[in-house]
Write a protein that binds this ligand. Structure first.
Ligand code: NAP
Length: 286
């Protein structure tokens, strides 16, 4: 199929708040590619039929957002990342319907760009949260050879499930223990909803972290979270959620449109402006 006829979409329910169209249509224009990227609102009961009709609808692939990521995994041939994380967010047609989870590289590429050499002596990583995003984070940390990952979650059983999934490098701790764990942490990652607009604040004292610890927040609405602001005020290196959102989009675009796009300051400013002017949109959905 010539690039001029290529189209991709983001499939979700709801989907109108997704920022993926803004990102991919920016890149299509920037690289002069005559493709299209659309939103598709598909209820759960219709998702399987929609996925089977991707090619008939003219799509070469799709992003998948809530609530379809587990179903997307089950309906496709996943790569190691999607299988390990237990969810797929990117589909592409390649003879078969294939899938991956680009939150893994979104997390790692953003961290590499924001805090180079963070993994030179990674020590202990403390990951707050045990949902889908935390699974991508933990898998990424394992891929990068972090030896000790402590998962701390409000619901202890979900943290324990991550240890079951990823093995003995993962240690688990109770939510009340999070403050005490910071003294040994080289990396702190917030993969909970806390700190997101309309959610409770994340109660944690970054003053307890070692002086060279790196702080990552996956939350990107607001753009500057209280956790990131506190870490910056202490002079700690940080990686912000918006960077992860942008970096996770790179692979899908390359797969569908044949060009690996760059995460530029101009793209970042475009999405920042959208987030800044759309405070009423549900937060945190790619
Ligand atoms: P999820 O699967 O629903 O998991 C939510 C997590 O937040 C769980 O660990 C949950 O704990 C915790 N949580 C929620 N409310 C809490 C509270 N009041 N106190 C303590 N913990 C609480 O969601 P997800 O998909 O993993 O997303 C998590 C965050 O990552 C969201 O903020 C999302 O926007 C962000 N994210 C960002 C990107 C990016 O590209 N920047 C990508 C993916 C996700 P329980 O298990 O106890 O409920």
């Amino acid at each position: 199929m010539p690039a001029s006829t290529r189209a991709a979409c983001v499939v979700g329910w709801p989907v109108e708040h997704s920022r993926s169209p803004l990102i991919h249509n920016y890149w299509l224009k920037a690289y002069g590619i005559a493709g299209e990227y659309r939103r598709e609102a598909v209820p759960p009961a219709e998702f399987e039929a929609f996925v089977h009709s991707l090619a008939a609808r003219g799509y070469v692939g799709a992003n998948v957002t809530v609530p379809h990521k587990e179903a997307a995994l089950a309906l496709s041939e996943p790569d190691d990342r999607a299988r390990a994380v237990g969810a797929a967010n990117t589909l592409w047609l390649d003879g078969a319907l294939r899938s991956t989870n680009t939150d893994v590289e979104g997390f790692l590429d953003n961290l590499d760009a924001s805090a180079p050499h963070w993994d030179r002596d990674p020590g202990t990583a403390v990951v707050l949260g045990a949902g889908g995003a935390a699974r991508a984070v933990v898998y990424g940390l394992i891929v990068r050879d972090v030896a000790r990952i402590v998962v701390v979650n409000r619901t202890f059983g979900r943290a324990a499930a991550l240890r079951e999934r990823f093995g003995e490098r993962v240690h688990v701790a109770r939510w009340e223990e999070r403050g005490a764990l910071l003294a040994d942490a080289a990396l702190l990652v917030n993969a909970t909803m806390l700190g997101m607009e309309r959610q409770p604040a994340l109660a944690i004292d970054v003053g307890r972290l070692p002086s060279r610890a790196v702080v990552v927040d996956l939350v990107y609405v607001p753009l500057r979270t209280p956790l990131i602001a506190a870490a910056k005020a202490r002079g700690l290196p940080v990686a912000e959620g918006l960077g992860m959102l942008l970096h996770q989009a790179v692979r899908g675009f390359a797969l569908w449109f044949g060009t690996k796009p760059a995460v530029t300051a101009e793209l970042r400013a475009l999405i920042e402006a959208d987030i800044g002017t759309s405070v009423d949109k549900p937060a945190g959905i790619t």
